[in-house]
Design a protein around this ligand. Structure first.
Ligand code: SAH
Length: 260
C-alpha cells in the first residue's frame, strides 16, 4: 500500500489571505502540485515541491497524471481557483477515477473547499445572494447552448438571483449577448446586474448597472456576473451601490414567466 495521497484543493478567488488554513497545510505537505498554469503560478515555490502546470482543456489528462502520481506514493495537490467542486477539477478527477484501474479506488482522495468566485463577489457587493439563488456556467464547451438558454429561462421564471461563471471568452463572444437578450425579454429593465472582475486581486473592478445598461463587453473571462432576482435592491452609498436581496418574499410571491 502506498502512502501517497491526493488533495483537490481550492485556492480561493485570488487573495492569499482567502486561502483556507486546511488548503495551505496540504500545500505545505505536498510533493507535487498539478493544475492549470495561472493557478499553479499562485503556489509558493519551495525546495522539494514539484510543480506540474498544464494548459486548460486538458483536465482529464491532468487528473490522470495526479491519480497516477498519488498511486505511486506522491503527495499530490490538484489546484483549482475558487472552490474545486464548482466548475473545476474535482469532478474531472472523479470522472477519470471512475473509469480508471480499481487500485485508484483505494487511494486517499480528499476535496478541500475554497471560497468560490460568486461568494467573494457577493460579499464585495453586499448580499445579492441573500435569498434563493442559482449558479450557471455560461460556457458551452461541455453542454449545448440550448440547455443553457433553457436553464436561464427557468431560473428567471423561478425568480432566482443568478450567478454566471465563464460569461464570455474570445472563443465565444456571442454567448453572453444572447444571455442578455433573453434577460431583456423576460425581466424588467431596472433589474440590477453586478459585473465583478478579478475579485480580491489588484485588478479588481466592480460595477452595478441596470439590465437596460448592461453590455456584453462589460464581462470577460475574469468576470463573475450576478443578476438579481425581482426583489434585489440597489442601494447607493458613498463609493457606489450596495446590492442586496431581502431574506423574505411575501406570500403573494414574485417572478413571472419566460417562455421562449
Ligand atoms: N472553481 C472556480 C470557478 C472556475 S470557472 C470558483 O469556484 O470560483 C472560471 C470562472 O470563475 C471565471 O470565468 C469567472 O467567471 C469566475 N472567477 C474565478 N475567479 C474570479 C475572480 N477572482 N473574480 C471574478 N470572477 C472569478
Amino acid at each position: 500500500m502506498s502512502s501517497g495521497w491526493l488533495a483537490i484543493a481550492g485556492l480561493g478567488p485570488g487573495d492569499a489571505a482567502l486561502i483556507t488554513p486546511q488548503v495551505q497545510a496540504a500545500l505545505d505537505a505536498a510533493t507535487d502540485v498539478v493544475g492549470y498554469i495561472p493557478y499553479v503560478a499562485r503556489v509558493a515555490r519551495r525546495p522539494g515541491l514539484r510543480l506540474h502546470a498544464s494548459d486548460n482543456r486538458v483536465e482529464r489528462e491532468r487528473a490522470a497524471q495526479a491519480l497516477e502520481m498519488a498511486a505511486q506514493g506522491a503527495r499530490v495537490v490538484v489546484v483549482s481557483s475558487g472552490d474545486p467542486g464548482v466548475f473545476a477539477m474535482a469532478s474531472a478527477v472523479f470522472e477519470v477515477l471512475e473509469q480508471g484501474p480499481p487500485a485508484w479506488r483505494t487511494l486517499d482522495v480528499q476535496v478541500l473547499p475554497g471560497i468560490t468566485a460568486m461568494l467573494a463577489a457577493s460579499a464585495r457587493a453586499g448580499a445579492p445572494l441573500g435569498h434563493d439563488f442559482c449558479a450557471i456556467n455560461l460556457s458551452d464547451n461541455l453542454k449545448p447552448w440550448s440547455l443553457i438558454e433553457r436553464r436561464l429561462r427557468l431560473a428567471v421564471e423561478a425568480d432566482f438571483a443568478m450567478a454566471f461563471y465563464n460569461p464570455r471568452s474570445q472563443a465565444r463572444p456571442e454567448g453572453f449577448e444572447r444571455v442578455l437578450a433573453v434577460l431583456r425579454e423576460c425581466c424588467e429593465p431596472t433589474r440590477p446586474v453586478l459585473f465583478a472582475r478579478a475579485v480580491s486581486t489588484p485588478e479588481e473592478r466592480l460595477s452595478v448597472v441596470c439590465l437596460a445598461e448592461a453590455r456584453a463587453q462589460m464581462a470577460d473571462m475574469r468576470t463573475l456576473v450576478i443578476v438579481g432576482s425581482s426583489r434585489t435592491r440597489s442601494l447607493p452609498h458613498a463609493r457606489g451601490n450596495w446590492l442586496y436581496t431581502p431574506r423574505s418574499v411575501p406570500s403573494a410571491g414574485s417572478g413571472g414567466t419566460c417562455a421562449p
